[in-house]
Design a protein around this ligand. Structure first.
Ligand code: ADP
Ligand code: 5GP
Length: 207
């Protein structure tokens, strides 16, 4: 009987800030188990409603730079003028437990993770149906001031050029339809051929 199932896997979500990644992830978590959401570390200000250790680990620039020096990050990047990074230790622990590790990271982070852990990784780029709708969502979320929003819009116009670097593309128009698409991808991401060891599967299957 086959005992050796897949290795842990990685699902990366990227897309312009405000496109709905967090909203889609909430829907996804209702439908899957054995997942670990990678809580990033950031130097950006905490928003109303966010919690340290839940949404992010909010640290000072000095603390972040110390972590860089200590090689604590799997990847890190400057995004919209702030540092954001993925700590290596919890990711390794979750992968050892064969969990689905989920990242909400930017296009630079995606590129770095792919370089290091390509075999384990599936990625999805998410957008709104239009730039105008992105502006509406950022304004209605009302978590950022005008300057921050216009900086995010400016970056979105650059980020959209990277859709072709991703395995999948989702347009988050109707939230529930987009969530269904994401759920399908999350399930399929754990069935990638590169997560399986052919030799041990055949050995187990023959017995
Ligand atoms: P991100 O995590 O990508 O920055 P959020 O999940 O915070 O984006 O969504 C940004 C805003 O858009 C939130 O106010 C959220 O409620 C809203 N939103 C998300 N998805 C949709 C959707 N499909 N239709 C309308 N509004 C949405
Ligand atoms: P926000 O400030 O809206 O929470 O996130 C801004 C951007 O930073 C988003 O594009 C998000 O995907 C990205 N981001 C969040 N955490 C990380 C991280 O650990 N690494 C990288 N490279 N990007 C991140």
């Amino acid at each position: 009987m086959i005992k050796d199932t897949n290795k842990g896997s990685i699902l990366i979500l990227s897309g312009p800030s405000g496109c709905g990644k967090s909203s889609l992830l909430k829907e996804l978590y209702e439908q899957i188990d054995n997942y670990y959401f990678s809580i990033s570390t950031t130097t950006r200000d905490i928003r109303d409603g966010e919690k340290h250790g839940v949404d992010y680990f909010f640290v000072s620039k000095e603390e972040f730079e110390q972590d860089i020096e200590d090689n604590n990050f799997l990847e890190y990047a400057l995004v919209h003028g702030n540092y954001y990074g993925t700590s290596l230790k919890p990711i390794n622990e979750a992968l050892k437990k064969k969990m689905l590790v989920i990242f909400d990271i930017d296009i630079q982070g995606h590129e770095l993770v792919r370089k290091k852990l390509d075999d384990l990784t599936t990625s999805v780029f998410i957008t709104t149906p239009s730039l105008k709708e992105l502006e509406n969502r950022l304004n209605s979320r009302a978590t950022d001031n005008k300057d921050v929003i216009s900086n995010r819009i400016k970056n979105a116009k650059i980020e959209i050029n990277s859709i072709d670097k991703y395995d999948y593309f989702i347009i988050n128009d109707d939230l529930l339809i987009a969530a269904k698409e994401l759920i399908s991808i999350a399930i399929a991401s754990q069935k990638k051929e590169s997560l399986f060891s052919k030799d041990s599967i055949i050995k187990d299957w023959l017995n």
